[in-house]
Design a protein around this ligand. Structure first.
Ligand code: NAG
Ligand code: NAG
Length: 411
């Protein structure tokens, strides 16, 4: 103690103070350290918690993924199973259907056979009195002898073949070749009240066209009504829509109306009960132009008129014994009108009534001609005398029927 250079007397409290300060400092540092450690710990805890949470989440996610994968696998298996079953069902249906098809075919053949055996009576039931009345009317009106313009003596014997060419669309309509010339052009009247017909250079051109796109659109000055139009010698003869029953002769070469007449019969009624849009049906054959129509005056039967294609005059008129009821269309061959019948729920079309203006063919001579299976009902049947083909419109389809002919007097 003595060797302390500075008198210790003067400064006895100094070391003590220093000690206290050091202690204090230590205390401060320690508590600071403690604090820091505590903070560190909190941070560590926090981080650990976060990590745990993330780990938890990852494991949940993993589980879920596994579950999803599993469910997906199960779902896939189920689908494969279902698809297999469906394939089996489809196969089953197909065999069932083809079985039904053969049975229907067989039934149709049997029905055809029965029909030929029983020679189904022509011209549906009409009560006796009515027939008598009609016969007298027919006799009176038909008194004038029809003088044939041609030597043609053909009558239909059967339908040799059919060809389905196309489906233009409208359920009802009409198509035909130019029936009075050797032109190959065909004309399409799609629908029963339109004003644009389509001209194709040939049947082949029509078949190759997608829809009517390749055709030449010809807009008529008035919309047509029904399916009773015809093309004859470069002219369209069409029935104008409306209640005037006007027949218009339209020149297809220069696009002008040449002539028009109001059909000289009053109180028209639809000529075929199954095609109620058609009041007048114009038909062409070897003899020229005809009109098939019906009036309220004699509303059970169909009437026939010979029309002069140049002047549109009516040359002669007949009441036929053929009923309108269940008729769908008709056509004329060599002066004989063939009326085609069907049923309300379309079944097989058949010629079941004929009327010959030259009295050479009677219903008894006429074979009962059945049309091959078709889609619905014919809304038009247009005969072409040069090819002996019928251009038919059946539920939107364009069909050609090739006819086999025989001579009228051969029995
Ligand atoms: C024919 O007419 C029907 C209905 O009017 C229509 O749906 C169809 O598209 C027409 N066809 C064509 C090729 O224009
Ligand atoms: C169209 O041709 C006919 C002959 O078929 C003729 O009478 C008529 O005047 C012609 N019309 C026009 C607008 O050229």
């Amino acid at each position: 103690m003595e060797d302390r250079p500075i008198a210790s007397d003067h400064s006895p409290p100094l070391p003590f103070l220093t000690m206290r300060a050091a202690l204090l400092l230590l205390l401060v540092i320690t508590s600071l350290l403690c604090l820091a450690r505590a903070q560190n710990q909190a941070l560590m805890d926090y981080l650990e918690q976060r990590l745990l949470a993330i780990e938890n989440r990852i494991s949940t996610w993993h589980e879920q993924t596994n579950r999803y994968a599993h469910e997906l696998r199960e779902f896939k298996q189920q689908m494969v199973g279902l698809l297999e079953n469906q394939d089996k069902d489809r196969e089953f249906m197909r065999t069932e259907l083809s079985g039904v098809g053969t049975r229907v075919d067989r039934m149709e053949r049997e029905m055809d056979y029965l029909e030929t055996q029983n020679g189904a009576q022509p011209c549906v039931d009409v009560d006796e009195k009515l027939v008598e009345q009609e016969v007298t009317v027919v006799k009176e009106k038909n008194k004038a002898k029809y003088s044939k313009l041609t030597e043609c003596r053909d009558m239909i014997s059967s339908i040799k073949a059919m060809k389905i060419l196309k489906r233009v669309g409208a359920p009802k309509g009409m198509w035909t070749k130019d029936t009075g010339s050797s032109s190959a052009r065909v004309y399409i009247f799609n629908g029963t009240s339109e004003d644009t017909l389509y001209e194709f250079s040939s049947v082949r051109d029509f078949t190759a066209s997608s829809g009517l796109s390749r055709g030449k659109a010809i807009q008529l000055p008035h919309p047509w009504g029904g399916t009773g139009h015809t093309i004859y010698n470069g002219y369209a003869y069409y029935v104008r829509e409306g209640d005037e029953f006007q027949v218009i002769k339209y020149d297809l070469r220069n696009g002008s109306v040449v002539d028009s007449v109001v059909f000289p019969a009053r109180d028209h009624v639809p000529v075929y009960s199954l095609t109620p849009e058609t009041y007048i049906d114009l038909a062409a054959d070897e003899e020229g132009l005809w009109a098939i129509y019906a009036t309220r005056e004699n509303e059970n039967s169909i009437c026939l008129a010979k029309v002069d294609p140049v002047t549109l005059d009516i040359v002669q008129m007949w009441d036929t014994p053929c009923p309108r009821e269940n008729a769908e269309a008709a056509f004329v061959i060599c002066g004989t009108v063939y009326v085609v019948y069907n049923t309300q729920l379309a079944s097989r079309s058949r010629v079941q009534c004929v009327f010959d203006v030259s009295d050479m063919v009677t219903n008894d001579d006429a074979p009962l001609v059945y049309f091959p299976k078709r889609y619905g009902a014919h809304s038009s049947l247009k005969y072409n005398p040069l090819e002996q083909l019928i251009y038919a419109w059946d539920d939107g389809y364009q069909i050609l029927y090739k006819l086999a002919m025989k001579k009228k007097l051969e029995v």
